[in-house]
Design a protein around this ligand. Structure first.
Ligand code: ZN
Length: 197
């Protein structure tokens, strides 16, 4: 199990205009919370444990060497009216985990508005690692209400528990109860020049 705290170092990710929170700090905090929630039941490897820059291609390449599943943790940014967690996946073998992630996070989130929920998208961290992998966006830092929630440790803890529960359920039950699998799509690895991640 590999937990990837998005961004880091010179790459701060999104910054909330409401709370001033930096995405790279929230993602690291979340990754640590998820690791604690998983306790000793999983061998958890952390892509980063401090404030350092790791290139996306390096993350994608390292993930498969580090573990058998990758969860990349992010916080979102967009129009101020949009709020709600989102989950990105690409691989067929990642669909079940993506469904469980989105269900779990949506159950914690008190409100959604215009968010994309679960999205199949070819990103470097959804297409390129040769293991099941999902990228989750805990909430929109650009939405005043959700930014305040995301700055609350108690809220992040509830999200971390939901994420850990999804990981545990997928490991125990596989794709059972997560709906029809999507068809495989053959597409080249995602490149830095592709759409913004
Ligand atoms: Zn991000």
């Amino acid at each position: 199990m590999v937990l990837d705290a998005g961004h880091g170092g010179k790459d701060s990710g999104a910054r909330s205009g409401v709370t001033g929170a930096l995405e790279k700090e929230l993602t690291l905090d979340m990754a640590k919370r998820v690791k604690r929630e998983l306790g000793g039941s999983f061998a958890v490897k952390m892509m980063r444990e401090d404030d350092r820059f790791v290139d996306l291609d390096v993350r994608a390449a390292r993930a498969a060497a580090m573990g058998d599943v990758l969860v990349s943790i992010h916080f979102n940014s967009g129009p101020s009216s949009v709020r709600g967690p989102e989950t990105y996946y690409w691989r067929v073998d990642s669909h079940g985990l993506a469904v469980r992630m989105q269900r779990g996070m949506a159950a914690v989130s008190p409100a959604e508005s215009g968010s994309r929920e679960m999205v199949r998208r070819r990103l470097r961290l959804t297409r390129n690692p040769e293991i099941p992998c999902v990228l989750i966006e805990i909430g929109y830092l650009s939405n005043p209400g959700e930014a305040r929630l995301c700055s609350d440790g108690g809220y992040r803890q509830r999200m971390a528990r939901a994420v850990a529960d999804a990981i545990r359920a997928q490991a125990a039950q596989g794709d059972a109860g997560t709906g029809m699998l999507p068809p495989p799509i053959f597409a080249p690895p995602s490149r830095p020049t592709d759409a913004k991640e």
